[in-house]
Write a protein that binds this ligand. Structure first.
Ligand code: NAD
Length: 291
C-alpha cells in the first residue's frame, strides 16, 4: 500500500519502519525527526499525504492532530483513510473524523497500548473507532504494526477505550504502590506480599506484570531504576484526558480524579517527571500520613 506517515517520534518511527520493512511504500513527515530506514522523506505533511491510500498520524495531542488534519485532508485522494494512532481527547478525535468524512475520506481513531517496545516489535494493541470499511482497509496495517486490533464502534470509541483502560491502570498502580508501602511499614516482606496478592483478589496487571517493587515479580522498570517504560508524564496526560471526557459526558469518576491529581503532583511538584509511572512506590515509601 502507499502510506503517508506523519509524526516520526518514539512511537511513529518504529511503526513506519515496520510498515516499510513489510513492503509498503511509506513516505514520512515530521517537523523535527528524520525518517527511519526504508521511509522516504516528504517536505510537508500534505506532500506525505498526496496519493496515499492510508495516511497515518502519530502526534503528541489533539490540537496538533487537528492542525495536521487541516493540512492533509485537502491533499488526500477521495476514498483514502486517515488513520490516527495518537492518544488524544475524544472530542478532537470525533471532530477530525467528521472533517475527513465530509471530504469523502474514511477515518479511524486507533490509539495503541504496548509502548515503544511494542512499536519496535510490531506487537501493539490498537483500539479502533470508525467505520467498518475504513477498518477493513487498515486491518493489514494493524497486522504489521501490532498483534491485536479491536473495533470498538464509531468515531472516538478507540480513544474512549484507551482512556478508560488507562484510568483503571493509573488507579490500580497507585493502589498497588500504596499497599506495598503500607506492607513495608507493617513488616511484611515484599516477596510474600507479591506471592499473596498476585494470586488473590487484589491482583491486577500493575501487580502481576509490571510489579512496582524491584526484585519482585517479572522484570519491570522498577528493576531498572524506574526508567520508563511508561513515563509518569504520559500517565498524567491520559488521566487528564479521561477527566476531560468524564466532564464532557457528566460521568462521576472520583478515583480517576484522585489519580489525576496525584500524578499531577508527582510530575509537576515532586520528582516524577521522566520517571516510570510505577515510581509511585518510592514516593509512598518516603511519606507519612502527615507529609
Ligand atoms: P514523540 O513526542 O516522541 O513523537 C511525536 C512526534 O510528532 C515528534 O517527533 C514531533 O516532532 C512530531 N510532531 C509534532 N508536531 C508535528 C507536526 N505538526 N507535524 C509533523 N510532526 C509533528 O511522542 P511518542 O512517544 O511517539 O507518542 C506519540 C503518541 O502516541 C502520543 O499521542 C502518545 O500519547 C501516544 N502513546 C505513546 C506511548 C509511549 O510509550 N511513548 C504509548 C502509547 C501511546
Amino acid at each position: 500500500m502507499k502510506i503517508g506517515f506523519i509524526g516520526l517520534g518514539n512511537m511513529g518511527a518504529p511503526m513506519a519502519a515496520n510498515l516499510a520493512a513489510a513492503g509498503h511504500a511509506v513516505t514520512g513527515f515530521d517537523t523535527v525527526a528524520a525518517p527511519p530506514a526504508g521511509v522516504a522523506q516528504a517536505a510537508s505533511a500534505a506532500e506525505a499525504a498526496a496519493g496515499a491510500e492510508v495516511v497515518i498520524t502519530m502526534l503528541p495531542n489533539g490540537a496538533i492532530l487537528k492542525a495536521v488534519a487541516g493540512d492533509v485532508i485537502p491533499a488526500m485522494q477521495l476514498g483514502a483513510v486517515l488513520l490516527d494512532c495518537s492518544t488524544v481527547d475524544v472530542a478532537s478525535a470525533r471532530e477530525v473524523a467528521a472533517m475527513a468524512e465530509a471530504a469523502g475520506l474514511g477515518a479511524l481513531d486507533a490509539p495503541v497500548s504496548g509502548g515503544v517496545g511494542g512499536a519496535a516489535a510490531g506487537t501493539l494493541t490498537f483500539m479502533v473507532g470508525g467505520g467498518a470499511a475504513a477498518f477493513a482497509t487498515a486491518k493489514p496495517l494493524f497486522e504489521v504494526m501490532g498483534q491485536k486490533a479491536v473495533h470498538c464502534g464509531p468515531a472516538g470509541n478507540g480513544q474512549a477505550a484507551k482512556i478508560c483502560n488507562n484510568m483503571i491502570l493509573g488507579v490500580t498502580m497507585i493502589a498497588t504502590c500504596e499497599a506495598f508501602a503500607l506492607a513495608d511499614k507493617l513488616g511484611l516482606d515484599r516477596q510474600a506480599m507479591y506471592d499473596v496478592v498476585s494470586t488473590s483478589s487484589g491482583q491486577s496487571w500493575s501487580m502481576t506484570t509490571y510489579c512496582p517493587a524491584p526484585g519482585v515479580g517479572p522484570k519491570s522498570p522498577s528493576d531498572n531504576g524506574y526508567r520508563p517504560g511508561f513515563a509518569a508524564d504520559l500517565m498524567l496526560k491520559d488521566l487528564r484526558l479521561s477527566q476531560a471526557a468524564a466532564e464532557g459526558a457528566d460521568a462521576d469518576t472520583p478515583m480517576g480524579a484522585l489519580a489525576a491529581a496525584l500524578y499531577a503532583r508527582f510530575v509537576e511538584e515532586e520528582d516524577g517527571a521522566g520517571r516510570d509511572f510505577s515510581a509511585m512506590l518510592p514516593r509512598f515509601e518516603t511519606r507519612t500520613r502527615e507529609s
